[in-house]
Design a binder for this molecule. Structure first.
Ligand SMILES: C[S@@+](CC[C@H](N)C(=O)[O-])C[C@H]1O[C@@H](n2cnc3c(N)ncnc32)[C@H](O)[C@@H]1O
Length: 457
């Protein structure tokens, strides 16, 4: 049978979800990816891409819907690039994430049997995010504040209400848009000559879910404090939870919501958030877990996995702004955090001081350099926690860790593929994988978090 060609219309039964959340089906053995397809669907799709080993189709009609198919609660679903699984019933989203973790560990890790604990569901499946980044784009009505359309980096949807953030943040979004429009401020755009012109680039909102304090960060191309100060006053008057309005300047061509220079427009330059009973001061550019409620549960799981008695030396690799270090410090003798971003280390040090935590030290640097240095200084950890970025461990860092041979290792991962690769290596170097537990930090999206506990065999 000849392989399907671009433009063909096919009937496809979806039997799996791929890593990024696309449906996967087969037509006479030929693999077809379909965005919006879910296992149990039979779909009529038009093939828009036909490579030798797989194709990609768009849905023309749902012939038979999957029993797990639900109506997406958001009006922008399908067009917005933000959520990809809103049309999947929550129990099926959880089953998909659990399966991805199992498949990766079995396929990539090649591991002996271990316990895969059931995924920890999120208590809030909507309204859980404490931070949202909106792009500013031109529109006939004035600045549009929204999210990029799926697969399109040149088109921004003017979002009235994003269901992943709270009602307060949605009000803040509407009032900020209104205030920016009322002042007739220009929007940054790149012209045909490749040069950027105009002022407004991004608006990032944050909210301390445990404190109610909100922050508006307007990212602009120039430090025009005069133009933005009245916007801050107006937003604060309409949304009293606004504790901080800052302006960040990004005058580079890079389309990122990070500034090189910050100006305070109103209130303080940080907001406060709490995880358990540890208080964090969060500035516009600091990293902080975006799902406060589920972060507490994730870190409680890490805490349990560490099984600390108060006498242990702990190393927290990839420590960010120190959330894990500070939570574990209360139950250990000493914690050393290692983190690449100097600004995050500064936040961690400040947060330790603010909480009266004195048994934590933070080192700025790459794990592959800073960890051997710590070892040279004679630090011998009983427990190591690692929460690396998606790429996982650098091979040199993993080799140093394996040679250090702590009795217990707790690995927090946001990418099951690199988790499987690294855990597979550690098992070959004398560790036993005791259990893995996926945790759903980001309902409605395909992102997967998991905690693994290993012990020196
Ligand atoms: C998933 S975050 C960890 C967040 C942290 N557990 C927290 O809750 O604040 C990963 C962190 O690794 C840091 N990082 C990335 N590459 C690194 C490297 N080679 N060495 C040290 N830190 C690194 C990033 O800056 C980021 O803060």
């Amino acid at each position: 049978m000849s392989r399907p060609r671009r433009g063909d219309t096919l009937s496809v039964s979806i039997d799996d979800l791929a890593f990024g959340g696309e449906g996967v089906g087969r037509v006479n053995g030929y693999v077809v990816f379909v965005r919006g397809g879910i296992p149990g669907d039979t779909l009529r799709v038009r093939l828009v891409e036909a490579r030798s080993r797989f194709g990609r189709g768009v849905i023309e009609a749902i012939e038979t819907p999957s029993p797990d198919r639900v109506d997406a609660p958001c009006a922008y679903f399908g067009r917005c690039g933000g959520c990809r699984l809103q049309h999947v019933a929550y129990p099926a989203q959880l089953a998909f994430k659990e399966k991805q973790v199992r498949d990766c560990l079995e396929r990539i890790g090649g591991l002996p049997p271990f316990e895969l604990r059931p995924i920890l569901p999120a208590p809030e499946v909507l309204g859980y995010r404490n931070k949202m980044e909106f792009t500013v784009a031109p529109s006939a009505a004035g600045p549009a504040l929204g999210l990029h359309e799926a697969e399109r980096y040149d088109s921004v949807l003017d979002i009235e209400r994003c269901l992943l953030q709270s009602d307060v943040m949605n009000t803040l979004l509407a009032e900020t848009r209104q205030a920016l429009r009322a002042r007739g401020l220009s929007v940054y755009e790149t012209g045909a000559d490749g040069e950027g012109r105009g002022l407004l680039r991004f608006v990032t909102l944050r909210e301390g879910r445990r404190t109610g304090q909100a922050m508006v960060n307007v990212v602009v191309s120039a430090p025009d404090v005069q133009a933005l100060a009245p916007v801050a006053t107006e937003v604060h008057a309409r949304v009293p939870a606004t504790a901080s309005v800052v302006l960040n300047v990004n005058d580079t061509k890079a389309s990122v919501a990070v500034g090189t220079e910050e100006h305070l427009l109103l209130g303080r330059d940080t907001i406060t958030e709490r995880l358990d009973d540890v208080v964090f001061e969060i500035s516009a550019n600091s990293f902080f877990q975006t799902n406060t409620v589920q972060a507490e549960r994730l870190f409680a799981l890490v805490d349990d996995a560490c099984a600390l008695t108060g006498t242990e030396t702990v190393i927290d690799l990839y420590s960010g702004t120190g959330a894990i270090s500070l939570l574990l410090a209360r139950k250990s003798r000493h914690v050393y955090g290692i983190e690449l971003a100097a600004a995050a280390v500064a936040d961690a040090v400040r947060n330790a001081r603010a909480n009266g935590i004195e048994n934590c030290a933070f080192l700025a640097g790459e794990v592959r350099h800073a960890l051997p240095e710590l070892v040279r200084q004679g630090v011998k950890p009983d427990v190591v926690v690692a929460d690396p970025p998606r790429a996982g461990f650098h091979p040199k860092a993993l080799a140093t860790l394996a040679a250090l041979a702590p009795a217990r290792l707790v690995y927090v991962s946001c990418n099951p593929a690199t988790l499987a690769r690294d855990v597979g290596d550690l098992v070959r170097q004398g560790y036993a994988l005791e259990w893995v537990q996926p945790v759903d930090m980001f309902p409605q999206t395909p992102h997967i978090e998991a905690v693994a506990r290993l012990r020196r065999a």
